[in-house]
Design a protein around this ligand. Structure first.
Ligand SMILES: Nc1nc2c(ncn2[C@@H]2O[C@H](COP(=O)(O)OP(=O)(O)O)[C@@H](O)[C@H]2O)c(=O)[nH]1
Ligand SMILES: [Mg+2]
Length: 450
């Protein structure tokens, strides 16, 4: 991928719409503008123009915008053609640009160029994808904060604290006769303590940010007729799954994506677990098992009237995935009196509710948020990814190792080396130090035209 290429793509989604935008970025953009429009539009001014084909016939007419380098999204010359939003119009404009020497852009290539030209750092580039994919207003606000550089600033603040610590240690190494005293200094351990707290703060923000982006997956399981599909419908707020009094109604996995205060919750309703169903039901149960393996939590629904002591759960327990936590949901509490609403301190936690009346639903929602450690932090939420958390955790481990080397061995060289590794891990987040391979993977997750 050379950066001297001129790239082109439709920036608006495929399909029909009032307006469709084709974006061209690279050194040939002015030349393409001159040919396709008859002349180069005035920089950063809106120009009405006809977009011409090879025979000088108009393909479409609309607005043209020219942003000369370096003051553009990518940092390169950019030409934007705002035409009518029809798939044939868009294809024809892109094809014309290709005829004139542009190449079709890969997914995320515009943003990748913006990153390579220092228009934004890597965490901000990722925030653009998060902004586009945001599933709730909370996720949108968090992505916007990351795009504005709040997360990058947190990481930079942390990096500076690590660098300061490192220079303090390196200064000690430079004066070997004083090194031992210096490293035993109370000041140094106090500084380590402060950096440790700093890490905790940033990690907590990143954890919340990741939850807001990725959320959690819960699988509803249990015996036929326990009320699994009714619970899904209650959570989804509409009749997503068929509910009948006939056991074995649900066979396919029914998926719904809902939000808990902005956190995406993927809820899966599955076929009831029982012996002796028909072939279709057996396949449904096999799928239920497969989904449970991948879930963050299983909601095991019990008919509180038929099975108040949860025998179904004890019978099925061995077949449930061992490392996925379970919450027991006693359903149909409208028919059974005197059940405690929730006991989330026992293992497994219990919730009592009625999928029919909605009683106890709030307790279930609160419980799910609590399980994931999700807090509605209005003020500081930023968007973050697994990649960021991993880098932060690696950096923290190196810092912890540095602290160990200090207290156990007073080994200045090793302390400095660990701190250098911590600094490097942090720089991967904003992309100052990132392999080509990682960059490729990150931008491949974007949409074409972004
Ligand atoms: N009274 C009462 N009936 C319920 C409740 N939840 C489900 N049901 C009924 O139980 C039957 C089975 O429900 P369904 O959701 O299809 O169970 P599934 O087989 O576990 O998916 C239906 O007749 C529902 O109307 C509840 O909370 N209270
Ligand atoms: Mg069902």
């Amino acid at each position: 991928m050379t950066r001297t290429d001129t790239i082109v793509a439709a920036a608006t989604p495929p399909g029909r719409g009032g307006v469709g935008i084709v974006r061209i970025s690279g050194p040939k953009a002015p030349e393409l503008a001159a040919v396709m429009l008859g002349e180069l539009p005035r920089a950063r001014h809106v120009t009405f123009a006809r977009f011409l084909d090879a025979q000088h016939e108009p393909i479409d007419a609309g607005l043209a915008l020219f942003f000369p380098a370096p003051h553009s999204y990518t940092g390169e010359h950019i030409l934007e053609l705002h035409g009518h939003g029809g798939p044939v119009v868009m294809d024809a404009l892109v094809a014309r640009a290709v005829e004139l020497g542009a190449r079709r852009a890969h997914a995320g290539e515009f943003t990748q160029r913006a990153f390579l030209n220092d228009k934004l750092d890597l965490a901000q580039a990722e925030a653009i994808a998060d902004l586009i994919d945001a599933g709730s207003r909370e996720a949108l606000r968090a992505a916007m904060r990351s795009l504005q550089g709040e997360f990058s600033a947190m990481v930079r603040g942390l990096t500076e604290a690590v660098i300061e610590l490192r220079s303090y240690v390196e200064a000690a190494i430079d004066f070997p006769e004083e090194e031992i005293d210096f490293l035993a200094d109370h000041e140094l351990s106090a500084r380590f303590e402060a950096v440790r707290d700093h890490f905790e703060g940033v990690l907590e923000s990143a954890r919340q940010g990741r939850l807001l982006r990725e959320g959690m997956t819960v699988v509803i399981a249990g015996r036929p007729n326990a009320g699994k599909s009714s619970l899904l419908n209650r959570l989804a707020g509409y009749d997503a799954a068929i509910v009948t009094a006939i056991p074995g109604t649900t066979r396919d996995v029914v998926r719904e994506r809902i939000h808990l205060d902005g956190m995406p919750l993927h809820v899966l309703d599955t076929a009831g677990l029982r012996q002796g169903g028909d072939l279709v039901e057996e396949e449904g149960m096999r799928r239920a098992q497969a989904e449970m393996q991948r879930a963050d939590r299983v909601l095991f629904v019990i008919d509180a009237v038929e099975d108040p002591s949860a025998t179904a759960f004890r019978e099925e327990r061995a077949r449930l995935p061992a490392d996925v936590p379970v919450t027991l949901v006693f359903n149909k509490c409208d028919l059974a009196v005197g059940l405690p609403v929730a006991d989330t301190l026992t293992r497994p936690p219990h919730i009592t509710l009625s999928a029919l009346s909605g009683q106890g639903l709030e307790e279930l929602r609160a419980h799910l948020k609590q399980c994931m450690g999700y807090q509605t932090v209005e003020a500081g939420a930023i968007s973050a990814r697994r990649r960021h958390l991993e880098a932060l955790e690696r950096a923290r481990e190196h810092t912890e190792e540095a602290a160990r080397q200090l207290t156990e061995h007073r080994a200045g060289e090793l302390v400095a080396e660990e701190l250098r590794a911590a600094q490097q891990a942090l720089s991967e987040i904003t992309g100052e130090f990132t392999s080509e391979d990682l960059l490729g993977r990150i931008f491949a997750g974007f949409c074409i035209g972004k």
